[in-house]
Design a protein around this ligand. Structure first.
Ligand code: IVH
Length: 682
């Protein structure tokens, strides 16, 4: 039996076990990511495991083993490729995350160099792809290799040679024109549009899709068959050199220009020479602004000391140079802990589970709640109270749980089930056949009523200004409103008696309610809150019928004859009017002088060239955008805001935007104004 290491006895056994478990997990995920190019967890989840292990090892250095993942510089070379030594190690970059940390970097540089004046920096986009080294001997590409662990990489020469952006022979002009040997370093990456197209065609072939452009690039460069790499839309930008013989550049900026002169792609358009750290900050801010519009993904800016002499003087730490940092953009993913799961009740009675979490900053916004959608979604991701989760927030969308970090799950956790009773009224909640959601079946449930009234008054429905959530709650809780029609019986005195209401605001609200009596018929229909009847469907229906009364007399078959109305919507409409309570409420609304204004019959064209087509407008036309839209809709088209594979035509006026590029990429027919008018006329 082996004797125990003496250090082991000093480490609490549960900590030792946790560290061992974490190492096993990390190795497993490394293998999936680096060797199979098929990660099972997100980078954020991986980082969390890694940081926890680092934390344990920092607190207890006796835990560190030479083979711990924390003791390695980068990934490991693939065994299936020959190995290549990097004569000058390919280092990684340390990260900074805010202005203050970048200023500290600048201070460190100055302190190290014993300088008091400004340091000049080159600032470049940080591309999110795969780092490679290309060796050019007498101007000929002789080797291409991945970064591997920084010292030894994989020989991917045959694959690199298939990338069109990478020259096989260099120009012999510029500062490096006569160099006999150069190691060119840079990033292999994929444009977003190319990535989307690649994934689409893989899906069509029944293959798995790549999680993101970086994984797709990594998977494409590590192919044993160069023909596969050649079929992938890979690109390249150079950002540094390793060895160089026959030239001695004095600045990094000179390196970038000399590489460009050789015919190597360099991202000069988005790079900037900055006379001081303030200018570097400005360029970072600019990159953050243009980020979304770039065809490829960047995850930050790289700030590099420009003088090569200074770079040499600063040297490096184990993993990264002292003369450069990556200034990362705020992540759109973050990790936090779910404290509890709450259930909200919507106007149709749908119970929606919401995770209430410890606050986490994501992309500059504090996030505390994330939607969990429904029971299926909870089960698919196995989300539980107490779980550590990866949260994602993209643009304005509601934050979502990407995945659970199962390794950090508390031992006493239990699967979560949405309750069988409504959390507000206590009525039975059921999951109807074929539906994902559980519903409270009590149509007078106060939670449902509040949501119904709130929706009725909302801006895109009856547009009753001043009738906010808090007020609706009071009105319902006090029994003053038992359905939407009751709003029209309210008076100033009653309203003025409510919390946070004065005479003046009460009078304003009564005015607003009164004005809403004359909304257009489609808004009125939308306001009723019929399941599946959104603004667009409401408009289609009210263009087909004079008023709600006429609509209520239609059968499912009648309704389905209207273009754009399918069987589910038709059934939902018929069911709604068949419910006596709903018919009664409409009667009461009409009795209180609510008189929606019928829409003009647009005489929709069902045979013209635009009938049933999806059209996108871009650029300036000689008519107003709203006029063009109305004309198209009258001709039977659906006008949408963004170009996708479902778009039939893009109409391009003067100075068209990126929508035109997208249309060309997707091979969608583009019409100029003349052609558009011609087709409208025909
Ligand atoms: S310079 C010693 N410049 O970031 C400095 N790296 O974390 C070597 N990267 O492995 C890197 N864009 O894959 C540099 N403009 C850029 C970069 C860049 C992306 C990547 C590269 C490197 C990693 C470092």
């Amino acid at each position: 039996m082996a004797t125990k290491e003496p250090t082991d006895t000093m480490i609490p056994p549960e900590i030792l076990k946790e560290a061992e478990d974490l190492r096993k997990q990390i190795r497993h995920h490394d293998y999936l990511y680096y060797v199979l190019d098929s990660p099972e967890i997100s980078d954020a989840a991986y980082d969390l495991l890694f940081r926890r292990l680092e934390e344990l090892e920092r607190a207890c250095p006796a835990l560190i083993t030479p083979d711990s993942p924390t003791q390695r510089v980068g990934g490991r070379p693939l065994e299936k490729f020959a190995q290549v030594e990097h004569e000058v190690p390919m280092l990684s970059l340390s990260n900074v995350f805010n202005h203050g940390e970048l200023l500290e970097f600048d201070s460190r540089v100055k302190r190290y160099l014993g300088m008091s004046g400004d340091v000049v920096y080159a600032v470049e986009p940080k591309l999110d792809g795969v780092a490679v080294e290309l060796v050019y001997l007498e101007g000929m590409l002789v080797s291409g290799s991945t970064r591997g662990d920084g010292y030894t990489g994989e020989d991917v020469t045959a694959n690199v040679r298939t990338i069109r952006a990478i020259p096989l022979k260099l120009n012999s002009v510029g500062a490096f024109g006569q160099a006999s040997l150069i190691d060119v370093r840079g990033e292999i990456f994929m444009n977003r549009a190319d990535f989307d197209r690649l994934n689409r065609s893989r899906e069509e072939e029944g293959l798995s899709s790549f999680a993101n452009p970086r994984n797709a690039s990594a998977g494409s460069i590590r192919q044993l068959d160069p023909a596969v790499t050649a079929s992938r839309p890979l690109r390249f930008f150079a950002y540094a050199i390793g060895r160089i013989e026959g030239a001695s550049p004095e600045t990094h900026w000179e390196v970038l220009h000399a590489l460009a002169a050789l015919g190597i792609p360099v991202n000069l358009d988005n790079s900037k020479l900055c006379p001081n750290i303030g200018a570097a900050l400005d360029h970072y801010d600019r990159l953050k602004d243009v980020r979304e519009g770039l065809p490829y993904e960047i995850d930050g800016a790289v700030v590099k000391v420009n003088s090569m002499a200074h770079q040499t003087a600063l040297g490096e730490k184990t993993r990264s140079p002292r003369w450069a940092v990556a200034f990362k953009f705020e992540p759109i993913q973050g990790t936090t802990v779910i404290r509890r799961i709450e259930v909200g009740v919507g106007r149709t009675g749908t119970l929606t589970p919401v995770a209430v979490m410890d606050p986490v900053r994501i992309g500059g916004v504090q996030v505390t709640r994330a939607t969990l959608h429904n029971q299926d979604e909870i089960e698919r991701k196995d989300i539980r109270e107490g779980d550590t989760v990866v949260i994602q927030r993209a643009g304005d969308v509601i934050p979502e749980v990407v995945e659970v970090v199962k390794e950090l799950r508390p031992p006493d956790s239990r699967p979560y089930a949405i309750p069988d009773t409504c959390p507000v009224c206590g009525s039975h909640a059921v999951r109807l056949e074929g539906q994902a959601a559980k519903r409270c079946m009590n149509s007078s449930c106060p939670a449902r009523l509040k949501e119904t009234v709130r929706h009725f008054a909302s801006r895109t429905a009856m547009d009753i200004e001043g009738l906010g959530t808090k007020l609706v709650e009071q009105l319902v809780d006090k029994g003053l409103v038992t359905n939407a029609a009751d709003l029209f019986s309210l008076d100033v005195d009653t309203l003025a008696g409510l919390e946070r209401m004065g005479k003046k605001s009460a009078a304003n609200l009564i005015d607003a309610i009164s004005r809403s009596r004359k909304v257009s018929a489609d808004r009125f229909l939308f306001a009723l809150g019929i399941p599946l009847v959104g603004e667009h469907v409401a408009r289609l229906l009210m263009e087909a019928f004079r008023d709600v009364h006429e609509l209520s007399a239609q059968s499912v078959d009648d309704l389905q004859r209207i273009r754009g109305i399918g069987p589910e919507v038709a059934e939902s409409v018929v069911d709604f009017f068949a419910e006596p309570k709903n018919a009664d409420m409409i009667q009461r609304l009409l009795a209180r002088d609510v008189g929606p204004v019928p829409l003009e019959r647009t005489g929709r064209d069902s045979a013209g060239p635009f009938a049933g087509k999806t059209v996108v407008l871009t650029g300036t036309l000689s008519m107003k955008r709203s006029e063009a839209k109305a004309a198209l809709e009258a001709a039977g088209a659906k006008v949408t805001g963004s170009v996708s594979s479902k778009t039939d035509y893009v109409i391009a006026g003067q100075d068209p935007g990126s929508k035109l590029d997208k249309a060309r990429e997707l091979g969608i027919e583009v019409l100029d104004e003349d052609r558009f008018r011609q087709m409208l006329g025909s």
